[in-house]
Design a protein around this ligand. Structure first.
Ligand code: HEM
Length: 507
């Protein structure tokens, strides 16, 4: 066969395949439904519309939450690979999705988390999720949460010590620093103690485990950017895949070791008269103790089940809180009038005293709470989360066919001028009770909403109030005119691509 003939057959085959593809995405029942939803007219096989996401991680945030909603509206659909995402930022339609007891399964974007987190609470679905959620809810009872205030204070003091030392090393007691890594290590120490009852001293010591937690977060995002790594054998032979497996060993090894030691310690301490395990830690009940207690020696929960839940809390419970605290300090530094108002509130409550922030102080930190809420409006730690639709569902005027993923872009939802006038202005007063009257409950969803909302919401609010009030009592935060502002980006969590660089000085 001549070369020309082969080239003709190939060209013809290509044209036929292309035409079939065009017919398929125009007339298949699935596409007939999704094509009624606004979105790009065409998408490529295997790639979908992913090419539009090319560039840095800041572009992913920009396309999903600014460019596409601007172009297509509050409901649009997009193909990533061959998968259809329906992105919804209308509060009424978000309510229909998030309050549903049927649409509770997570989308395919969570798959990369499974090797590390297994089928822990964040990733699991159906009855497994229902039973675990019920089992874990008591761990977040306010009486247990309040017992962690002591840990929040201890770690806040360590953080202040570290920041104070950096400031002191400069003649004018003022230093520009990236506060993000410092805050992250503080929240890691806190979540480790709360979930495992173990101190890792991430703030003061180098640790293989801490390095592995950091690196795993980055690696999961890198994997999203390289869709060919979704093919298991390619991933397993790639440099990233080999590193992934090495990190998994460290992460799982650490958690397994802690579980084993804690089990032994609890067995030694034995049980008190009421059958409760005595932890020797006053009222403090790390999540691990609850899980070991519930496990009934492996009959209800295996060691791996326990590990999955602990790893989930380590993942969900530190990066989200660090993101919030980092952006909060940035908002304070750029809105000094608000920083002054928080400080006045703190002065009224604590005066010059160096005492800890107690659980009784928490309800009095009203303006601080509004500032935290406003930070989460502008910079929601989880800027996009999703649900898989297992059965066709009518949402507003659109039929979303089974197999689609519905994405909830809290970042875009929170910047909608219809619900939040002058959306880019930092205004904590929006959360004063009078101002919030009449606002749709699903217009503000930093912790998601409905049955699959964040189980750690109260924990996070309590932790951030203690840590941030302690920081603002001791330090002043400003921005330097010469430093570039943070570039927000989606890295599962909303992070700055260039750190959070602030000028910090002692008060
Ligand atoms: C500022 C802090 C936090 C924010 C903004 C936040 C936000 C969220 C959001 C939006 C979800 C829903 C995700 C989805 O549907 O895919 C979620 C779920 C979850 N969060 Fe948080 N979170 C925070 C802190 C925490 C903390 C401190 C913990 C643990 C102590 C935690 C544990 C979880 C878990 C286990 C889930 C899965 C719940 C389920 O599916 O039933 N989160 N969080």
């Amino acid at each position: 066969m001549s070369f020309d003939f082969c080239a003709c057959v190939f060209a013809l085959g290509f044209i036929l395949a292309f035409l079939s593809w065009c017919l398929y995405i125009r007339f298949s029942p699935f596409h007939v439904s999704v094509n009624r939803i606004p979105g790009p007219k065409f998408h490529l096989p295997l790639l979908g519309n992913s090419l539009e996401l090319a560039g840095g991680l800041d572009n992913v945030l920009h396309m999903f939450q600014e460019k596409w909603p601007e172009k297509y509206g509050e409901v649009y659909r997009i193909f990533l690979g061959n998968h259809c995402y329906v992105v919804i930022s209308t509060p009424e339609l978000l309510e229909a999705i998030l309050s549903s007891q049927k649409i509770i399964d997570k989308g395919s974007s969570y798959a990369n988390l499974v090797p590390w987190l297994g089928l822990g609470l964040l990733v699991s679905s159906g009855d497994l999720w229902r039973s675990r959620r019920k089992m874990l809810t008591p761990a977040f009872h306010f009486s247990i949460l309040n017992s962690f205030v002591e840990v929040f204070n201890e770690q806040s003091r360590v953080l202040c010590g570290i920041i104070g030392e950096i400031c002191q090393s400069f003649a004018d007691g003022k230093s520009e620093m990236d506060v993000y890594p410092l805050i992250t290590r503080c929240s890691l120490d806190i979540i480790c103690e709360a979930s495992m009852g173990t101190t890792i001293n991430a703030q003061t010591k180098d640790s293989e485990y801490v390095r592995a937690v950091y690196r795993m977060g980055q690696l999961i995002v890198q994997r999203f950017q390289q869709p060919w790594l979704d093919i298991p054998w390619i991933f397993s032979v790639s440099a990233l895949g080999r590193e992934h497996n090495r990190l998994l060993k460290i992460l799982h090894g650490f958690t397994e070791d802690v579980i084993q030691k804690r089990r032994e310690a609890l067995n030694k301490k034995g049980k008190n008269k009421t059958g409760e395990i005595e932890t020797g830690m006053r009222n403090r009940l790390p999540l691990l103790d609850l899980l070991i207690k519930t496990s009934d020696d492996g009959k209800v929960l295996s060691n791996q089940d326990i590990r999955n839940e602990i790893d989930t809390f380590m993942f969900e419970g530190h990066d989200t809180v660090s993101s919030l605290m980092g952006w909060f300090l940035y908002c304070m530094a750029t809105n000094t009038d608000c920083q002054d108002k928080v400080r006045t509130e703190l002065n009224d409550l604590f005066g010059d005293s160096e005492r800890d922030c107690s659980e009784e102080d928490i309800p009095n930190l009203k303006y601080l709470e509004c500032c935290i809420k406003e930070t989460l409006r502008l910079y929601p730690s989880v800027p996009l989360f999703d649900r898989t639709v297992l059965e066709d569902v009518q949402i507003g005027k659109y039929l979303i066919p089974a197999g689609c993923t519905v994405a909830c872009p809290s970042f875009a939802t929170h910047r909608n001028p219809k619900t939040f006038p002058d959306p880019l202005v930092f205004s904590p007063e929006r959360f004063f009770p009078d101002e919030a009257v009449g606002r749709h409950p699903y217009a503000y969803i930093p912790f998601s909403a409905g049955p699959r909302n964040c189980i750690g919401q109260r924990f996070a609010m309590l932790e951030t109030k203690v840590v941030l009030s302690t920081l603002l009592r001791r330090f002043k935060f400003e921005v330097s005119a010469n430093t570039k502002p943070p570039i927000s980006s989606t890295q599962l969590i909303l992070k700055s691509m260039n750190g959070i660089n602030l000028v910090v000085s002692r008060r």
